[in-house]
Ligand binder design. Structure first.
Ligand code: ATP
Length: 348
């Protein structure tokens, strides 16, 4: 087990492309950190630098108390789990799981013991003699996890490990991976583009955008206090509504006539008013009016999509609440507005 420290870690690829701007953060021992962001934001590059599979252009990377910039991947005591499992097709599950230990000269008895322990943890004991082709996707992913566990690593690195699985299995594996990491207490860094995985699995989330860290925080901090419109839009489905408005010195942000919100003291001129879809509720005497154009049924709740003040707007209401297209009056829950600078996208 180990803490991980990144100090001004920077990546410029040989073609001159800056994939990761100088970035710093600490991951305490035992924490589960999720790197999340859209395709191309640099999350795999960052993970691969931590793994030692990609050179670090500048900055210092420490695992435990040791700077590992120049340490071989094999000597960093990390274990990686990828989306394509990378299992050996001609080997049994037991051999796949023990292969890394065999290469390190661990005795047969010790390997058998470790593989058995990991198989029990992962509910794989029945499958130890099968080959990967005779397993389901979820079982293969568990074998890949088993191969990582038997090595007693200081650090687990996961690169989109669940993307090849169907939605139901993904939900199940998400819980399994999180439970296993808690049980083992091993520090973990997990890369995904899926904000639901980030929200549900992370102790802390690092949101990346175009090679830059947008925000670091617990899932609740990130969701309730997004640092930018990028984070507000990326975390949450449907994303936070962002209404263009103007503050004219009166302390209110005006979207159109009759549609105004109390603005913070720091707001001035053009602003974006952010409102999460679930932070409004239908109410006959509600001060806000929305023109609902589409109702989406999601089972537990309904999404109303349409316009507020002439701008696109979505609201999520519990299934108990009837909803149909047309004009609807809404009430805000208290403290539910967020304000952003439309130029920089930063929170005000
Ligand atoms: P995805 O979710 O699609 O895998 P990602 O966030 O993991 O995306 P990276 O793979 O880290 O993104 O890539 C970050 C950026 O660096 C991308 O714009 C990519 O095109 C670029 N890039 C990746 N590898 C190289 C390379 N070897 N040379 C030049 N540019 C690269």
């Amino acid at each position: 087990m180990a803490k991980v420290t990144l100090e001004q870690i920077h990546k410029v690829y040989p073609n001159g492309f800056e994939a990761v701007t100088p970035s710093s953060f600490d991951i305490p021992d035992g924490e589960f950190v999720v790197l999340v962001g859209p395709s191309g934001c640099g999350k795999s590059t960052l993970l691969r630098m931590i793994a030692g599979l990609e050179d670090i252009s500048s900055g210092n990377l420490s695992i435990g108390d040791r700077v590992v910039n120049d340490v071989d991947p094999a000597d960093r005591n990390i274990a990686m789990v990828f989306q394509n499992y990378a299992l050996y097709p001609h080997m049994t599950v037991a051999k796949n799981m023990g292969y890394g230990l065999k290469n390190r000269g661990v005795s047969k008895e010790e390997i058998a013991k470790k593989v058995q322990e990991a198989a029990e943890m992962l509910d794989l004991t029945k499958y130890l003699d099968r080959r990967p082709s005779q397993l389901s996707g979820g079982q293969r992913q568990r074998v890949a996890m088993g191969r990582a566990i038997v090595r007693n690593p200081d650090l687990f690195l996961f690169d989109e490990p669940l993307s090849n699985l169907d939605a139901k299995l993904r939900n199940q594996m998400r819980i399994e991976i999180r439970a296993l990491q808690r049980r083992l207490g091993v520090t973990a860094i997990y890369v995904t583009h899926d904000q639901v995985e980030a929200m549900t699995m992370a102790d802390r989330i690092i949101v990346l955008n175009e090679g830059r860290i947008e925000q670091i925080g617990t899932p609740t901090e990130i969701y309730e206090n997004p640092a930018s419109t990028f984070v507000a839009g990326f975390m949450g489905a449907p994303p936070m509504n962002l209404l263009k408005a103007t503050v004219n010195g009166s302390g209110t942000a005006k979207v159109t006539d009759g549609l105004e919100f109390d603005a913070p003291v720091t707001a001035e001129g053009d602003v974006l008013v952010g409102i999460r879809p679930e932070d409004l509720e239908p109410a006959e005497d509600g001060a806000l009016q929305m023109d609902v154009q589409i109702v989406e049924e999601l089972g537990a709740n309904r999404l109303l999509h349409g316009l507020m003040g002439g701008q696109a707007f979505s609201v999520s209401v519990p299934k108990q609440q009837a909803a149909q297209a047309g004009e609807v009056r809404l009430r805000m829950k208290s403290g539910a507005t967020h304000f952003f600078n439309p130029g920089t996208g930063r929170r005000l």
